[in-house]
Design a protein around this ligand. Sequence first.
Ligand code: F6P
Length: 359
Amino acid sequence: MKRIGILTGGGDAPGLNAVIRAVVKTAIYEYDCEVLGIRDGYDGCIEEKGIVPLDIESVRGLLPRGGTILGAANRGNPYARKVIRDGREIMIDVSDEIIKGIKRLDMDALLVLGGDGTLRIAHELYQKGAPVIGVPKTIDNDIGGTEATFGFDTAVSTATEAIDRLHTTAEAHHRVMALELMGRDAGFIALHAGMAGGADVILIPEIPFKLDAVVAKVRQRVERGYLFSIIVISEGAKPQGGAQIFSRGGDAMYVPRLGGIGQVVGEYIENHGFETRVTVLGHLQRGGSPTPFDRWLATRFGAAAVRLAGQGKFNRMVALRAGKIMDIPIEEAALPKRVDVNDDAVVTARGMGVSFGDE
Ligand code: F6P
């Protein structure tokens, strides 16, 4: 193995830089192998200034740094690239050019750090001849085949701190605080942070809720003398018989943007007589320094991905299972992982009086 490439696709997640650092150090120290950083997702394979050589010096100080030094592009789908032709915006397929770019760069392996979309594209590029290896990344923790993705622990930690802060002001003002969290179609961030922060109601996409049941929980607490309530709402949660709420539609490049359910729930509670404030935590969950868990997971994933490259095991993805780093078919990333509503986490929450708004 003489040369490997690395790219970060999709939205960023805390820990991307820690993976890059681990990849560069392992490749150089264990394999004496050169590492090429590819800028802005797959685009860098065909852009003029898309490649940056990475040496030990270039990854110094990266472990605690959020974001990604390579840049991310969650519109970087080579099968649907937006270009202007004759003054008109059209979508073109540049996947063959990406393959040519990878060959021209003479890479023995291409390590792709991404979520389900980026990893699905990696699998498709493998079928066209690209020597890809996947590293699962997302704050949502919704990638199949792995028990954890790096970025999730940091997002949960940030969200829990937000709940702690809302708690004190909610209690002081006898108010309801509604907090909308990210997670797309998976409720892991809301469930984990909600439980860690002691929320009274947790609304997740996997358990459609009734607005009246949420109000009933708030009322019950007031009747028992608890004059404030904390409601945590996953951005993908939806009412029974209703639909998810989007702040913006999607197209061939962008997935539709979820957002707004927190406001709907908050207004409904307020209209039923309980003073309510709504907070949307948004991208604060994605920014900043990774937690020690995410730094460690990212480091193990990065080193394991280089070793897969050394063994020529392509079209595989590193994964965490029962505390061990394994490799699994990259296609498994496309199998969505969701909160198991019969799992002990949900059962424990219900047993402790937390409402999911469904009864
Ligand atoms: O997938 C990660 C995520 O942060 C989701 O939780 C959220 O819905 C989405 O990305 C936001 O994406 P963007 O960066 O395009 O706003």
